[in-house]
Design a binder for this molecule. Structure first.
Ligand code: NAP
Length: 246
């Protein structure tokens, strides 16, 4: 499906991003991983992709830094000669009630989750336009659709990603570029790893499927939206949450 294609996956070192990187590589894509650190997990993900016979490179790049993003995407285009797929997945949480949130809690979450998504998309869009094709998949969250007490900064960042997705879809549909978002519910990764047993049970009680999702399940959806079977889908936000927000 993705033979000869290159995918940039932000936050591709671990969690949902790593699952997307491995899924796309398994279908033939070469992979550029953007991560905040050169970590053991990033190396493990890259090794797995290498063993599949795909080209892979890790780029340490803070997606909230406009200049770093522009330079890194330029380097990726030189290294891989072209990019075809962008998965904007890098994200963080700083959960607190708004009354307790610091300026840094607000800024860092908006800068990484929303501005990061905008910066990387902006850096890739000219290349997609030249090719008259491109697939952008943004990782939003059901929290951006339904809100969540204790996550006002995060919910606002993800609601912003939804508005951004729809706007980019409208701006570039005529250029052969699609832009969609997936909105996961609770997925087993480091991000949800800090929840205690009581919190996990309470959350599961609100999920009709009765369990958290797996990163690989999100990767399946991302792969569909990045592939050739979704050419007439753009500007969509697809929930993947076990029915939590019906
Ligand atoms: P995770 O396991 O915590 O991984 C986060 C990833 O983002 C890591 O690769 C990390 O890089 C990267 N990252 C963080 N800040 C960055 C920055 N400034 N620049 C570049 N990379 C950065 O998270 P996850 O659970 O897989 O979540 C992935 C995405 O799905 C996020 O956007 C998250 O909001 C969204 N999401 C997750 C869930 C869930 O339940 N897990 C639900 C809905 C939506 P390092 O490894 O170098 O730190």
């Amino acid at each position: 499906m993705f033979a000869g294609k290159t995918a940039i996956i932000t936050g591709g070192s671990r969690g949902i991003g790593a699952a997307c990187a491995v899924k796309l590589a398994g279908q033939g894509a070469d992979i550029a991983i953007l991560a905040a650190h050169m970590s053991e997990k990033a190396r493990e993900t890259a090794e797995l992709i290498e063993k599949m016979g795909r080209k892979v490179q890790i780029y340490v790049c803070d997606v909230s830094d406009f200049t770093q993003v522009s330079e890194t995407v330029e380097t990726i285009i030189k290294d891989f000669s072209h990019i075809d797929i962008l998965v904007n997945n890098a994200g963080i949480t700083k959960d607190k009630l708004i009354i307790q949130m610091t300026e840094e809690d607000i800024d860092s979450v908006i800068d990484t989750n929303l501005k990061g998504c905008m910066y990387v998309t902006k850096a890739c869009i000219r290349s997609f336009m030249r090719q008259k094709s491109g697939r952008i998949v943004n990782i939003a969250s059901v929290v951006g659709l339904m809100g969540n007490a204790g996550q006002a900064n995060y919910a606002a960042s993800k609601a912003g990603v939804v508005g951004f997705t729809k706007s980019i879809a409208k701006e570039y549909a005529s250029k052969g570029i699609t832009c969609n978002a997936v909105a996961p519910g609770f997925i087993c990764t480091d991000m949800t790893g800090a929840l205690n047993e009581g919190q996990i049970e309470a959350i599961k009680g609100n999920i009709p499927c009765g369990r958290f999702g797996q990163a690989e399940e999100v990767a399946e959806l991302v792969s569909f939206l990045a592939g050739d079977n979704s050419t007439y889908i753009t500007g969509e936000v697809i929930k993947i949450d076990g029915g939590m927000y019906i």
